[in-house]
Design a protein around this ligand. Structure first.
Ligand code: DON
Length: 231
């Protein structure tokens, strides 16, 4: 599929989209003119060396033990990434994603993926942040919110990683708010606007490194059991 990248990343397109979003009413996903579909087991790691070279890697079996097929002698399982394709339009995949024909299985195509290993440079081109996450479609929400927290909200890495997250994946048409992270009045207001809101912890698990004065800070997600180490 040809992806109109320069349109999708342009300010004009963003402004046009912003105009379609009502500030006081929920737009049911099914009513949106174009339904953009997006895509358990995955690992993300972020690495920086002393020269500022950075690596962000997300690798996945997709589901727990992938396809369940183990490659004898080689020591690994085969994934079941085919579930990230639209195998049957209108039918949810294992992450509840309902997708369209553009993501249908065809020779030579790659399935849509939410995996977003990310390296952020500052305006001078110097490394600022290395991040990414595991968690199916929630990867996109977590990764983008960490970046926004650091750049727009000027948070420390610890705050940016710990801050309560929000997730919406178009369909099912609902908003996940991480438990305990949002004022009851905000939740009530969203419901009054017509959003279906539920509270549940666990919008993905990220692993990030940020440049700070004199070096780097690393942090694994408080929602996960990984760690940050330095050598
Ligand atoms: O590429 C994707 O979007 C999915 N296969 C990722 C799966 C995933 O993150 C599962 N992990 N927790």
């Amino acid at each position: 599929m040809s992806v109109p990248l320069s349109t999708l990343t342009s300010k004009t397109y963003a402004r046009g989209l912003a105009k379609t979003i009502s500030r006081d009413r929920a737009d049911p996903t099914n009513h949106l003119a174009s339904q953009i579909g997006e895509g358990t087991e995955t690992t993300h790691y972020s690495i920086v060396d002393r020269f500022g070279n950075a690596v962000a890697t997300t690798t996945t079996l997709n589901d727990l033990y992938g396809s369940g097929v183990y490659v004898s002698g080689a020591g690994f399982f085969l994934n079941d990434e085919m579930d990230d394709f639209t195998s049957k339009p209108g039918t949810p995949n294992m992450f509840g994603l309902i997708q369209g024909a553009a993501n249908a299985i065809a020779p030579g195509k790659r399935m849509l993926s939410a995996m977003s290993p990310t390296i952020v440079l500052d305006p001078k081109g110097t490394l600022l942040l290395v991040t990414g996450a595991r968690g199916g479609p929630r990867i996109i929400s977590a990764t983008s919110q960490i970046i926004l927290n650091v750049i727009d909200h000027r948070m420390s890495l610890a705050d940016a990683m710990s801050a309560p997250r929000i997730h919406h994946q178009s369909l099912p048409d609902s908003i996940q708010l991480e438990t305990g992270g949002f004022e009851p009045s905000v939740i009530a207001r969203l419901r009054a606007m017509g959003h279906f809101v539920y509270e549940q912890r666990g919008v993905a698990s990220a692993a990030s490194i940020m440049r700070v004065k004199g070096g780097y800070e690393g942090m694994d997600d408080p929602r996960a059991r990984g760690a940050a180490v330095g050598f």
